[in-house]
Design a protein around this ligand. Structure first.
Ligand SMILES: NC(=O)c1ccc[n+]([C@@H]2O[C@H](COP(=O)([O-])OP(=O)(O)OC[C@H]3O[C@@H](n4cnc5c(N)ncnc54)[C@H](OP(=O)(O)O)[C@@H]3O)[C@@H](O)[C@H]2O)c1
Length: 329
């Protein structure tokens, strides 16, 4: 009798625990769906007025790709833009494009972020007393333009330091320059461009992937520290965007154009502090985390497949370049 009673109590207990577990996961799943729907669909019609953060937006790496697209989109939304990049000529061309298209003011700061800490006093001086509401820490570089083993990084002694200076030091130092005034005014927005390559460790992109997880953690910590004081720090982790970095790969359902990406990513401000930037990339992120979990990406099998893929891409690229050269001749 006692045994029957005990097993029925046990069964009831298990049913209750099971029901709570199912309810918990259902709630979690529904909450995630709602957050995604709000950030990527509703945000098209329900946007934060970015002008409320301040008059000026500073964009690093603003002369091409995602940075240039952010600069244009921020100007379209009514902000004056400080463009920070490497090539003086390209900076003036993008500044002119923005002034002509949107009638906003621009300033340019020519600098090379691979140099390291020595560049920041000059940047601070040029930013001066501007009312900076938004900083987009976009500048970033890969070391080889391809997937390679760590020991195959070209000119590693110099290149490793350059990548760390460009991808990590720039984000922390630029933040140091603008954050105190934002906190003083009780408002500001810092957008840090990380990468999907940081969602899990990525063999054959080791240094790049590691610098980007730094950006992700730094952004998420800062957001917790400073959002109660009015400053939002948003981390954007895109998948593939068609830019120079990705050899201007064709735009498709999976690959975004830089202008579309910047527009959709800016819509997510106020809805999400850690985002893939657009619906297509968010869905790819979910699919990848289900079908290619971290342990699989780190396996010897996956590294071998990545190596084969890299070899075939390298061949494709070489053939494409040879064709282009032939055409030019
Ligand atoms: N494209 C993607 O699929 C993708 C995916 C995930 C994350 N991201 C991240 O998004 C950001 C932008 O990438 P992107 O694809 O737009 O790259 P991109 O097309 O190569 O553009 C990079 C920009 O940064 C500037 N820049 C590069 N090195 C610099 C340096 N040392 N000092 C100053 N400026 C420098 C470039 O200026 P120049 O014109 O003078 O070279 C250019 O304006 C990066 O942080 C990247 O890691 C990109």
């Amino acid at each position: 009798m006692d045994t029957v009673f005990n097993s029925s109590v046990l069964l009831h207990g298990l049913v209750v625990i099971g029901s709570f577990t199912v309810l918990f996961y259902l709630f979690k799943f529904s909450w995630k769906c709602w957050c995604g729907f709000r950030a990527y669909v509703l945000s098209e019609y329900w946007q934060t007025d970015l002008k409320t953060y301040g008059q000026w937006a500073v964009v690093t790496g603003a002369t091409s790709g995602i940075g240039r697209a952010y600069a244009n989109e921020l100007a379209r939304r009514g902000l004056d833009i400080v463009l920070v990049s490497r090539s003086e000529e390209k900076l003036h061309a993008v500044a002119m494009e923005i002034e002509r298209s949107y009638g906003r003011q621009t300033r340019v700061i020519q600098t090379d972020f691979t140099v390291g800490h020595a560049i920041y006093p000059a940047i601070a001086e040029k930013l001066g007393e501007l009312d900076i509401g938004i900083l987009v820490n976009n500048v970033g570089m890969n070391y080889a333009g391809m997937l390679v083993y760590f020991m195959d990084i070209p000119n590693p002694e110099q290149r490793i330091t350059e990548v760390i200076n460009c991808n990590i030091l720039s984000v922390t130092q630029m933040t140091r320059l603008v954050l105190p005034r934002m906190v003083e005014r009780g408002k500001g927005l810092i957008i840090n461009i990380s990468s999907e390559a940081a969602s899990e460790p990525q063999p054959m992109l080791s240094l790049y992937s590691a610098t980007k997880i730094f950006v992700t953690y730094f952004s998420r910590c800062l957001n917790s520290e400073y959002s109660p004081r009015g400053v939002t720090v948003q981390c954007v982790a895109p998948f593939v965007v068609s830019t120079n970095m990705t050899h201007n790969v064709a735009v498709s359902a999976f690959v975004k154009s830089a202008p579309d990406f910047a527009r959709e990513a800016l819509n997510t401000v106020g809805h999400s502090s850690f985002t893939s930037g657009c619906l297509s990339h968010a869905l790819q992120h979910v699919a990848l985390s289900i079908f290619f979990p971290g342990w699989f990406r780190l396996s010897a099998f996956c590294v071998r497949q990545t190596e084969k893929f890299a070899q075939s891409k390298r061949k494709e690229l070489e053939e494409m370049m040879a064709k282009c050269e032939k055409k030019e001749n």
